[in-house]
Unconditional design. Sequence first.
Length: 291
Amino acid sequence: MTIIACDIGATEIKGARYEDAIAIQTQRLRTEPERGAHHTMNQLHKLIGQLWTEEVRAIGIVSAGAINPTSGMIVGNTGTMTDWVGVSLKADIETAFGVPVHVDNDANGAMLAEFEPYRQAGIQHAVMLTLGTGVGSAVVIHGELYRGATYQVEFGHLILHPGGRPCTCGQSGCAEQYLSGRALTNRAIAEVDGAITHGSELFLAATQQNPCALAVLEEYFDDLFLYLQSLDRVYDPELFLIGGGVTDNNNLFATMLEEKRLEHCFTKPIHLARLQNRAGIQGAYLLAERG
Ligand SMILES: [Zn+2]
């Protein structure tokens, strides 16, 4: 079956046309959320148009923001896509292209894709964190995505440090302000000597035994395990999945994660995501393929 899959992020919209489960053609366009939701939708139409062939039978779309997958409406903004609520993502694209459209939140899409081999192995309960620009979260319970009553399961805004750093959601001390890749990079820039501009340089500085870099990462992993312990008590999953930019191509992340897991006596398995930034689009494909 020919399917178009799209992943709408705050920076860019990625798209791919799949034929028999293989991505044949890919495209990307800038999201430019500062120009408004109408512009973002125009970009999405343009991108799908570039991938379109008469053989396309379904479209899967994952997006940042909270989404009702049944109505296909956006029900929650993000820090950068501030007028995204109210967009009829599903109906708009179905009307324009005349094929069934399946939509969901990008963290749920990434979970669908990353969880697939575990599902096939009989795993029923899992929690996934995406440590990227923000902190994305997704939960599988009894083999199904758990979306909550209003589609706003958002671990990123659990308060990790009461009265702590202000967050885009209006609270202070949210996990996202400590555990996201952006938070880690900001801290590295502020506290580590040398021109650190990216989180990966922080890990490099740590391998060179830079004491400031080591201290920043020590606190980062202590925060992460405090957070994982709370999530474990709420959901009691069989395993945790962790993905996002902080973990990509980062052997030191895996090494420190394991060291800290033992130090914190955390017994649940933690697996790193394997699809990196392809997880969202692969999840969009699975949404459309499963119908
Ligand atoms: Zn928040």
